[in-house]
Design a protein around this ligand. Structure first.
Ligand SMILES: [Ca+2]
Ligand SMILES: [Ca+2]
Length: 214
């Protein structure tokens, strides 16, 4: 009788242990299933339906929140539902310095997301007054797309009066290549000089599908 009782108790303990193990397994796996159903998939699908030309995983305004989770995806303070233009602005500035007769260049890079349709870069700089018989210093600009193709190249003329503020506008549209674009500013001064430039880049993107139909 005592042996039977011990076997019975051991059997009951083994059974309870197995049941606890089964419950723990079911509990953990139910939790995993919930994460998949309520996670990124749903908002990505909704975003792709609303903005078919943009990428859900891009972060156009660079605020750390991907487009499909961002209720103001271009970061202009206007919520997506009320924003009829997706447009991202950023400050651009740099300095080109050189010693006499030595070419000098300064480069900036811009990352364009998918769906970029217009590129407007406006820059200004002050040209120093040259000594008599010297060519006025100037900055030449080259813009290269992510495939290494030059999209814009200008060698400024000396038409602007020395010591004046020069404004340069680089503007074009179309389906723009997503990825890293590079702007190179090159000083052509024949004398030691330093020129600082500053301005703004505005990139326009394809809007919401319902806005395009309207
Ligand atoms: Ca964002
Ligand atoms: Ca907005």
């Amino acid at each position: 009788m005592q042996t039977d009782t011990v076997v019975g108790i051991v059997g009951a303990v083994v059974l309870v242990s197995v049941m606890v193990g089964v419950f723990t397994y079911e509990y953990n796996n139910a939790s995993d299933a919930n994460e998949v159903d309520g996670g990124d998939g749903a908002s990505m699908t909704a975003f792709n339906a609303t903005y078919p030309d943009l990428s859900a995983s891009d972060d156009l305004d660079g605020d750390g929140t991907p487009n499909h989770m961002d209720d103001d995806l271009d970061g202009d303070g206007i919520p997506n539902e009320a924003d009829d233009a997706v447009s991202v602005s950023s400050v651009v500035d740099g300095t080109v310095a050189q010693s006499a007769g030595t070419a000098s260049a300064d480069s900036q890079t811009f990352v364009l997301g998918e769906g970029a349709q217009s590129f407007t870069l406006t820059l200004t700089y002050d040209r120093p007054t040259p000594l008599p018989a010297q060519q006025a210093p100037r900055i030449d600009w080259e813009l290269i797309d992510p495939n290494g193709i030059t999209e814009y190249n200008i060698e400024e003329t000396d038409a602007a009066a020395p010591s004046s503020t020069v404004t340069v506008t680089i503007e074009f549209g179309g389906d723009l290549e997503p990825g890293e674009w590079t702007l190179t500013a090159t000083s052509t001064s024949l004398v030691s000089t330093e020129m600082s430039y500053s301005g703004e880049l505005v990139v326009g993107y394809a809007g919401a599908a319902d806005a395009m139909d309207a």
